[in-house]
Design a protein around this ligand. Structure first.
Ligand code: ADP
Ligand code: ZN
Length: 606
């Protein structure tokens, strides 16, 4: 290790990566790790985790080992580093024996700054021996939450990573994750033997993301309208629960002029990989996917993430929506949700083979998710609160922009609870609502429910409205959906004081799903100004140039330059390499490779 100080780190940030200053806690993390300390870094998606190990890797002597489960993305990561002049390579199962041999030789000879390795590869005796014979600068453990057994990304090989500490006690380790909850953090520290590591916990707010949760009526149609009205020609992700729904939705979107591709674990590997590559490389693909898609996807310009089904937990929702707007420009997290989602999720938990303890945890997580959907207050406050971070109303979520009106719904709730009670808690939502509305159905007659005192007492309220009330009552914990085949509604102990008139219930005023005009206001914390017509023309020209260049180099377009960098170039219209150097995102290597081309491209337009 050679001597360094804060200035060396800043110098690398500027000259190699082309960024003027560190973000958030990056500087502290870089200095801590470059100085040989262990670190546990929690930073939201898009926060800038990569530089936290890439810069120490350049400051310290030897090769830095990056452990990552994301084999499919290693090539792009290595290409992006090559673009800025950093020597990196990877070792995983996708490469030939010869390629792996060549890479191993480079590691041994100290010719690399960074080596990306899949965890199962790292644990092989051959790889551990290689590392023992080489000079190691640090270990970076990316996606560290994969070590958590309760999380949905659990990877058994991650548990074994504690070996690194035992075999290489003098090498600093940095573990990184975007999963924020305190339990996962404790589990990472414990399992990776990072109890003594310095913890860096960033704010989890993503101010440029606008959260919206709408009432589901016809989900497919709603998401189509959302895309065509608010995000025509943008890249985005649509999450669905089942493989079948993924395929149907992708087909539906395509049939209506949206370029959409499916992605789920049931597809063959080649198609999946090809679809992912197109999503990364092309400008305006909508990926329709199950949650199998997305971990580690670092496409910066995903403009929206839409959920057509309720996620299982706030952690999942936050991780998935976090894939929008990594570049800091405005992005949408949009979700359509309805009563059926609640019933379905409850059933999935109840029918799973897991033990009771695990089921209880899942139910608590689902309840928190429902609470977020039904809240009368700011969504962001609710989200951040879940991760233990207090905040104030954000002004950039649906409940802030169009505050829901609440009213005293005690009487309606009492009617609903009584109706559930009268049918002996043996019927599902559809039937209970029929009884309330006085619908003369076959089932009603068969069970003689038209003879009950609750028959028709809620006829003034529409079916959709009753469903909305029922969802809120479930979110409040007054009613649970049973796991029998009918999804029977059952009262909880909490229902009693409401029925007895001892507790009032505030409800959200029902609003018919209607098209909402998009608010023109820019979200807080985002200061991008519009381009003038001339600047816009330059920007478009640059985009064409980038498409061609990316194709020539066989890398995703954003690896060449981000949109944000090209917008700045369009505004500044640099006339010399020195002018160009001062733009954020232009480091020495890129200046060298592309500088002349860009200067002459701009000169030609002037
Ligand atoms: P994460 O892994 O935390 O999701 P990344 O490391 O991929 O985030 O960084 C997100 C984006 O922010 C990347 O495009 C990266 O180049 C950019 N970025 C990171 N740090 C800075 C910085 N200090 N200044 C400007 N851009 C940055
Ligand atoms: Zn808000």
């Amino acid at each position: 290790m050679f001597a360094h100080d804060n200035n060396d780190a800043l110098h690398i940030l500027q000259s190699v990566f082309g960024y003027p200053s560190f973000r958030g806690q990056q500087a502290d993390i870089v200095n801590h790790v470059a100085g040989g300390g262990d670190a546990l870094v929690l930073m939201p998606t898009g926060g800038g985790k990569s530089l936290c190990y890439q810069i120490p890797a350049l400051l310290r002597d030897g090769v830095s080992v990056v452990v990552s489960p994301l084999i499919a993305l290693m090539q792009d990561q290595v290409d992006a580093l090559a673009e800025v002049g950093v020597k990196a390579a990877f070792l995983n199962s996708t490469q030939s024996f010869d390629e792996a041999m060549r890479t191993e030789r480079k590691v041994r000879n100290g010719e690399l700054d960074l080596i990306y390795v899949a965890p199962e590869r790292l644990m092989t005796p051959r790889c551990l021996e290689l590392l023992e014979a080489s000079k190691i600068a640090l270990f970076a453990i990316d996606e560290a939450h994969c070590v958590s057994q309760w999380g949905h990304d659990f990877r058994p090989e991650y548990i074994k990573l504690s070996v690194l500490h035992e075999r290489f006690p003098q090498v600093p380790r940095i573990a990184l994750t975007a999963t924020a909850d305190p339990q996962t953090r404790a589990e990472i520290a414990h399992r990776l033997q990072l109890d003594d590591a310095m913890q860096f916990v960033s704010s989890f707010d993503r101010p440029n993301i606008r959260y919206q949760i709408v009432e589901k009526s016809n989900g497919r149609k709603q998401v189509l309208d959302f895309i065509t009205e608010e995000h025509p020609g943008d890249a985005g992700i649509v999450y669905c629960l089942s493989r079948k729904k993924v395929e149907e939705t992708a087909e539906f979107l395509n049939a209506h002029g949206v370029a959409a591709l499916p992605y789920h674990a049931g597809m063959d590997m080649a198609t999946r990989t090809a679809n992912q590559a197109r999503f990364l490389r092309e400008d305006a693909i909508v990926m329709v996917a199950t949650i199998a898609f997305g971990m580690g996807i670092d496409k910066p310009d995903v403009r929206f993430v839409a959920h057509l089904d309720l996620p299982k937990s706030i952690e999942g929702y936050y991780q998935e929506t976090g894939r929008a707007g990594r570049d800091g420009a405005p992005a949408d997290a949009w979700m359509a949700y309805g009563l059926q989602d609640v019933v379905q999720q409850r059933r999935m938990i109840d029918e799973s083979e897991a033990d009771e303890n695990f089921k209880r945890v899942q139910i608590a997580k689902l309840d928190a998710m429902l609470g977020l959907c039904e809240t009368l207050n700011c969504r962001r406050v609710r989200l951040l609160d879940y991760f233990g971070q207090p905040s104030g109303a954000c002004g950039n979520c649906d409940t802030c922009l169009a505050p829901p009106v609440s009213f005293d719904g005690t009487v309606q709730v009492q009617k609903l609870l009584s109706a559930i009670y009268r049918v002996e808690q043996r019927f599902g939502a559809g039937h209970v609502i029929d009884v309330l509305r006085g619908v003369d159905s076959e089932k009603v007659r068969q069970w003689r429910h038209d003879k009950q005192s609750t028959f028709g007492i809620g006829s003034e309220t529409s079916e959709a409205e009753w469903r909305a009330i029922l969802r809120q009552v479930i979110a409040l914990g007054l009613v649970v959906v049973d796991h029998d085949a009918y999804g029977s509604l059952k009262l909880t102990a909490e229902a009693r004081p409401v029925l007895r008139g001892e507790r009032a219930v505030q409800l959200r005023q029902y609003q018919k799903p209607a098209k909402k005009k998009r608010d023109a206001a820019k979200p807080k914390g985002y200061a991008e100004s519009a381009l003038s017509p001339v600047e816009q023309a330059i920007f478009e020209k640059l985009r064409w140039w980038r498409v061609e260049t990316a194709r020539k180099h066989n890398v995703p377009a954003y690896v060449i330059f981000h949109d944000a960098t090209m917008r700045e170039i369009a505004k500044a219209q640099p006339a010399s390499l020195d002018d160009l150097r001062s733009i954020s995102g232009v480091g020495e290597k890129k200046l060298d490779t592309y500088g002349e081309e860009i200067i002459s491209l701009i000169a030609a337009m002037g």
